[in-house]
Write a protein that binds this ligand. Structure first.
Ligand code: PHE
Length: 341
């Protein structure tokens, strides 16, 4: 009897050795210890034995059952550990890998520069007034003393919608709209989109300007120079200098073109400033008396200064951008460069 039981134990042992997953282990356990299992059958057969046989047989079967049970528990434990280890290695994550950084957008360079310009002037007490992009001939030209035969009125320069309505070619109508509504002292900036039939590396059919207007008693070219000196120091370097060159605009008299010392070579002469050491940044002047009068301001009491600058132009000079079109292509690799501040 003992030998037979030893054989059962041996075969359970060797069968267990070849088991490598929980499912096979369960099947094997059923084979020995399940309802119809080999050992269960032995236990069940005890009822047919005589009482004497039963006690010695019972002890042997119980020992066998305990031994086989223990084998299964051991195997179960080993399998669980093995399966856990396998799962760990399969599902392992490398916590030393750097995480995916969320991509954060940034302001467009034109907005960065526009904000800088607005801030520089707002610090000097200017308010912002935004006029319409579709304007009338009166606000764009007549009220600004631009005569009927002026080239700006040509279809080739200005986008007309009707004979009287057009896409504003500059932000100067903002001056007129402000002066019509408000008596001096006036100190405003009028930023916005403007449109001209022009398209090459330094001109875009749509671009942005900021108009500045100051009207008060005794406003002079000195005030203009002081304002612009302060402005260029905020936008470019501390040591940037300005110079006025005589020019002509129908709405200012006298008119000037304003240059700054080249921000790349600081006045020595380089490719950016074409060897001159100076770069033109804006047009300005003392508001023409006729313009003040047309908008209902007494030109014997008040005088004004005005300036108009292109945001693209200042941005290109500041960042050394050679083609205006790159500002409108929305190439993320290009735009990303202005992210750090
Ligand atoms: N409106 C002019 C332009 O677009 C700029 C300007 C504004 C010049 C105000 C003088 C005074 O070129």
């Amino acid at each position: 009897m003992q030998e037979k039981f030893d054989l059962i134990l041996q075969s359970a042992k060797s069968e267990l050795e070849s088991i490598s997953n929980s499912k096979d282990l369960f099947d094997l356990k059923t084979k020995y210890l399940g309802k119809n299992g080999e050992i269960t059958a032995l236990l069940r057969g005890m009822k047919d034995l005589s009482p004497q046989e039963r006690s010695s047989f019972g002890k042997l079967v119980n020992d066998l059952k305990t031994a086989v049970d223990a084998l299964f528990v051991q195997k179960e434990q080993a399998l669980k550990e093995k399966e856990l280890e396998e799962r760990f290695s399969k599902e392992a994550i490398d916590i030393t890998l750097p995480g995916d950084k969320p991509k954060i957008g940034s302001l467009h360079p034109l907005n960065i520069v526009k904000n800088k310009i607005l801030n520089a002037f707002m610090g000097m007490g200017f308010e912002v007034f935004e006029g319409p992009e579709i304007e009338s001939d009166y606000y764009c030209f007549q009220a600004l003393n631009i005569p009927k035969d002026h080239p700006a009125r040509d279809m080739q320069d200005t986008f007309y919608i009707t004979d009287n309505l057009l896409l504003r070619p500059h932000t100067s109508p903002g001056q007129v709209r402000t002066m019509e509504k408000k008596q001096p002292p006036i100190k405003i900036l009028s930023p916005g989109r403007v449109y001209r039939a022009d398209d090459d590396a330094s001109h875009s059919p749509m671009f942005h300007q900021i108009e500045g207007l100051v009207v008060d008693k005794g406003v002079s070219l000195c005030d203009l120079k002081g304002l612009l000196d302060e402005f260029v120091r905020v936008i470019f370097d501390e040591d940037t200098k300005t110079r006025f060159r005589p020019s002509y605009f129908p709405f200012t008299e006298p008119s000037v073109e304003v240059d700054v010392t080249c921000c790349k070579c600081h006045g020595k002469g380089c490719s950016l400033c074409k060897g001159t050491g100076w770069i033109e940044i804006l047009g300005a002047g003392i508001v023409n008396k006729k313009v003040l009068e047309m908008s209902g301001i007494d030109s014997d009491v008040y005088s004004g200064l005005a300036f108009g600058l292109g945001i693209e132009r200042i941005t290109m000079i500041k960042y050394g951008i050679s083609d205006i079109r790159t500002l409108f292509e929305n190439n993320v690799n290009f735009l990303k460069q202005f992210n750090r501040r």
